[in-house]
Design a binder for this molecule. Sequence first.
Ligand SMILES: Cc1ncc(COP(=O)(O)O)c(C=O)c1O
Length: 481
Amino acid sequence: MEFHLSLDNSHDLTAQIVHQIRDAIQAGRLPAGQRMPPTRLLAGQVGVARKTVTTAYERLIAEGWLRARVGDGTYVGDGLARPPAIEPAARILPAGVRRWMAVDTPFLEPGGGGARYGFRPGQADTTRFPHDAWARCVRAALVSERNRAPGPAEPAGEMVLRQAISRHIAFTRGVLSAPTDIMVANGAQQGIDLMARLLLGPGAVVAMEEPGYPMARALFQGMGARVVPVPVDAEGLVVDALPQDAVMVYVTPSHQSPLGVPMSLARRQALLDWATRRHAVILEDDYDSEFRYGGQALDALQTMDRHDRVVYLGTFSKTLVANLRGGYLVVPPWLMPAARKVRHLMDWYTPTLTQQALARFMSEGHLLRHIRRSHVRHAQRRTRLLSRLGGDLARWLEPLPASAGFHLAARLRVPLQADMLVSLARLADLDLATLDPFYANPPESCAGLLFGFGAIDLLDIDPALDRLGMVLSGLAPDRSG
Ligand SMILES: Cc1ncc(COP(=O)(O)O)c(C=O)c1O
């Protein structure tokens, strides 16, 4: 690599070389351990006597910036003698950057915990994804993409996919929509982002469940909105506790994230009435309710809504695989023109190849077949999990009622520290998720545990829970006798 030096012949050339190399090291352009060009080469490159460069290197070595390795060359030093770099935090950061840096961002680092066992919440069973069918759909989509007319695509999505989604949610959830009400999104998260951009300026009030989905909370906070946590009880969000000035309410009524409690019919109606009176928008996140275990599914808020206050949000991350980044919104007609504009300015549209492949995948019935198969496996795992939680683990844990999705929450009957619990479980090769990150204001002791059963093998459930039992009996032995 050629190191760039720009010398001005009017004064001390050695000093100029010293300063420029020192500046490059301080700025990180020359990292620790980087091999410096040989003196002869650098001298030739900048047109000075070799002695000038040798003297500059000697000074930098004496100051600790460079290190000579006998018979090998000269390297950038390890930084011990270097004055501390200016910390970004000490610089004057723009307010927006400071706000985003202050936001707690869950799941930011890729990958899971890495233990042998784990009830990883939110993770679908990717091992059973019908890859061959998907590959055929992608190939067919490639052919149709070849014949696409030039120019940008529709921001709300490919019409074939919007039609397929509209049919799908009518069938699985009783959500009635026209295909033109559907906005395809890159995952539910982009749907939340889009609605936040549309409805929340800085300082705008958004209400959400406490505990609630941290990815939504973090996003709203980063955008400068005022996020008001609203308690959840056995009937779901406590509508009477909503802040009067909220312009948007983000809720998970089918399977509260994370507690699992479904919102009662009375509360659903109260929430709709409240939003109608206040001209507020309800963002209904129906992220995993395709999977139900007995009991009648209550109507979605979107189905009950008579005043176009509800934006319905769905995802393929739970029914297929999260890495597809597939999701959708059902947007009321009055909001769609603005939503199309925002989406256009955000990222134009979702890649059309993925959209075409997904539309074919759905219309050929692969999605519904995959959901049915996953459902059977989820039900088996859930039964096993519940039987242990209600059996030998019942002295420590109390599962909360939930009849949808693929996670269960359980309260701890004994006060324990979440960090301690997670670290000890990790020593037993078990990744544990607690409810604590879902709280804007986490309680003093661990709020409870979250058991995702989307991706765990049925045969791994017992060994995983045996490990949990061991950890809990070690921490709270007095309750185990
Ligand atoms: C409450 C909630 N909403 C939405 C999602 C799905 O997000 P995405 O579609 O962006 O993967 C999840 C995933 O865990 C979730 O827990």
